[in-house]
Design a binder for this molecule. Structure first.
Ligand SMILES: [Zn+2]
Length: 342
């Protein structure tokens, strides 16, 4: 309970200290009418952001970059991506790829859940990948099916899960992805799965990554060291991480830098999203959402400190409002500078 109140305090302080005009307005109106102010905020964010997504990134990056921020808006925009999990409640098609591109995003992660995207459905694959080519959208990563247990202690089940993932890895390469993300786990069966898959794909360039689940990063960093392959690393999901006190380190001042440095060069990929001050289901909110408490300036300072070389990939784990989520992800670079810049 104590940390809960503390989180709330920290979140609110951030909002007031870093407010631009519309955020101050938002906070004032929130006291009387939360629903109205939320809509107002999103409209205003849209008005300031959408035009910038097309061609004005460079001007903004140059004029607003003070040298204090770890990255200029243009630098973030040039490496920004989004997971198609944002459309997880729909069947992924050409129109979704077109919508992503219209928002100004050129990099995507494909999620291998047959109810939204079935890599065995050649018609769907062809529709999505040809639209990507047409729109100039790159598939940078593929997320393995979430329901399989690659670390199952039952050897027969583990082998079946690994065999299915091998097919997804082959598809990922066909789609041009450089990173495969999976919830491998860190136990001995997980090590077997990863070792086998690396061996079965040794003639390929794609790199495999283990995504951290609830808890600290250390067991995952150790797991990567045990595998000891230059084709294996970490995907850091900033919403899954928890310190021993149960609080997400990425909402605490200064902790992001420490946590990310623990991953260091092992970090090949990211899942970025915001977190609300809630006891349950706080994660996978749109980045820089007015109710979000992630300390984004610390996250990006931490990424800069480890010289992170991958994509800044935003991942929605909910699919509740794809339009708003996509827009806030696309506008992240400008809004990041607006919140934390001079
Ligand atoms: Zn994730």
């Amino acid at each position: 309970m104590v940390f809960h109140i503390l989180n709330r305090g920290v979140g609110r302080m951030t909002l007031f200290r870093k407010d631009s005009d519309y955020r101050a307005l938002e906070m004032n109106q929130k006291r009387t009418c939360p629903a109205f102010s939320r809509r107002l905020f999103l409209r205003r964010a849209s008005a300031t952001g959408v035009s910038l997504a097309f061609g004005m990134e460079h001007a903004w990056g140059k004029t607003r970059h003070s040298g204090r921020l770890p990255y200029a808006a243009a630098e973030i925009a040039a490496r920004l991506g989004i997971s198609m999990a944002v459309f997880q409640k729909e069947r992924l098609g050409a129109r979704h790829i077109a919508a992503i591109r219209r928002a100004g995003i050129r990099r995507i992660e494909l999620l291998m859940m047959p109810e939204t995207f079935d890599f065995r459905d050649r018609r769907q694959v062809s529709e999505v990948l040809s639209e990507c080519r047409k729109q100039g959208v790159a598939v940078v990563s593929v997320h393995g099916n979430l329901k399989r247990r690659y670390n199952d202690p039952d050897e027969k089940k583990r082998r079946a899960a690994a065999a299915a993932l091998l097919e997804e890895i082959r598809f990922a390469e066909e789609a041009g992805a450089e990173i495969l993300v999976a919830h491998f786990g860190t136990n001995d069966p997980a090590r077997k799965t990863v070792t086998e898959l690396l061996d079965q794909t040794k003639d390929r360039n794609i790199r495999l990554t283990v995504e951290n689940m609830r808890g600290g990063l250390k067991p995952y960093a150790d797991f990567v060291d045990r595998i000891a392959s230059d084709r294996f690393g970490l995907t850091v999901d900033i919403g899954h991480a928890r310190d021993p006190d149960g609080v997400n380190p990425f909402v605490k001042k200064g902790r992001s830098v420490e946590v990310l440095s623990l991953g260091g060069r092992r970090i090949l990929h990211l899942h970025l999203h915001d977190t609300f001050d809630l006891k349950t289901k706080p994660d996978h909110r749109a980045p820089l959402h007015p109710d979000g408490i992630i300390r984004w300036e610390d996250v990006f300072a931490g990424l800069k400190a480890i010289d992170y070389g991958g994509v800044f990939l935003f991942e929605d784990g909910r699919g509740e409002n794809p339009k708003e989520w996509t827009r806030l992800a696309a506008e992240f670079p400008q809004r990041f500078v607006a919140r934390y810049g001079p």
